[in-house]
Ligand binder design. Sequence first.
Ligand code: DX5
Ligand code: ZN
Length: 224
Amino acid sequence: MTDIRIAPSILSADFTQLGEQLRAVERGGAGLIHVDVMDGHFVPNISIGPMIVKAAKKASRLPLDCHLMITDPDRYIAEFAAAGASMISVHVEAATHLNRTLTAIRALGCRPGVVLNPATPLIMIEEALRLVDYVLIMSVNPGFGGQSFIESSLDKIDRLRDMIGRSGFNVHIEVDGGIGPDNVASLVSRGAEWIVAGTAVFGSDDPEKATRALRQKAMEPLTV
Ligand code: DX5
Ligand code: ZN
């Protein structure tokens, strides 16, 4: 059963009105709230920490999808779980002991996910499929919102879908970076289910309407 969810990334939100922005995307039909955590080491930018996750948790009933772009995820996963994360994903490039990290995320009561940068081959996560609820394919180089979608990600999603099918595990595909109304349908038609969008939602004048429009486009391949 396909589980399409739009995951607005609060990286592009107006933090002076975070509560209202979260309520707007919820009204628009968002299924997750994507939280981009950047440490200035793994990626060149610094963004959100557990304090904001705690604030978002108070303001929204939607699951908080924490994407850790940090060098030492083991050190912080408990803090993000305690702050209210429902899902925690770590980069395969950053987790030295990926099996341990993913097991620990589940033991903390969160859904574990693993993330791949655009140039990281899928084979790197083959052994981890048994441990995760989702794989997040980066369709931009992580660090900033508002970048252009890397087209080769489409082929990578195809190959990931096949790899998951062969594995027999129930793993969702999430995609992150450069996604908007023009390319969301092609991602869904390839098997992507959880769609992250920062600029396309919070860069618009009306995040509620933008979320609804994106969701409609995402559902199109399933209704034709
Ligand atoms: C990039 C982040 C993304 C980002 C997406 O490092 O992981 O989640 O917020 O932003 P857009 O949708 O603007 O590409
Ligand atoms: Zn992200």
